[in-house]
Design a protein around this ligand. Sequence first.
Ligand SMILES: CC(C)(COP(=O)(O)OP(=O)(O)OC[C@H]1O[C@@H](n2cnc3c(N)ncnc32)[C@H](O)[C@@H]1OP(=O)(O)O)[C@@H](O)C(=O)NCCC(=O)NCCS
Length: 144
Amino acid sequence: MRKKNRIEKIYKKYLSVKENNTNKWSESFFFKLFSEKDVFFISLNRPLDGYLIARKTLDEYEVLTLATDINKRRTGIGTLLLTKLINLAKKDKVLRILLEVSEKNIAAVSMYEKLGFKKISKRKNYYNNSEGFSDAYIMEKSFS
Ligand SMILES: CC(C)(COP(=O)(O)OP(=O)(O)OC[C@H]1O[C@@H](n2cnc3c(N)ncnc32)[C@H](O)[C@@H]1OP(=O)(O)O)[C@@H](O)C(=O)NCCC(=O)NCCS
């Protein structure tokens, strides 16, 4: 029951920080996601100022989604969330962290690069939203 409430809270926050109505994950998708044992989330503060959801697969982490409160952006919260993930990855001795990001998401790409992520490949027309198609960068932070 407590887990259910926790996931509902994260889902509400997820909705509140989404800037448009396209490509939203449904609540049922969230519950399905959190039923997987290797999916975890990292958050900051109560009420949440931001969250990051990741999955551990074998010896790597994958960032599934990351967002910060729209009213508190550019105050270092995204950096803190990723720093927490990086520290966890080192402790967990994973070889790398992977993520996908739209090439149009200048803010996120810049943040990832500042934290040592490198672009390792590109997926054509990976995202499709109200602004049309955009390519995705696959970015990696390697620990090996
Ligand atoms: C991307 C996002 C998570 C960044 O979080 P944040 O808390 O605002 O980031 P930080 O304050 O830690 O900023 C770290 C760096 O990111 C870059 N950055 C952040 N916002 C930026 C913006 N609006 N424009 C340009 N660069 C930006 C800067 O390099 C910044 O460092 P600086 O402030 O010293 O110049 C946030 O904008 C967000 O939630 N966006 C919507 C969801 C999203 O795009 N998630 C990523 C999906 S892959």
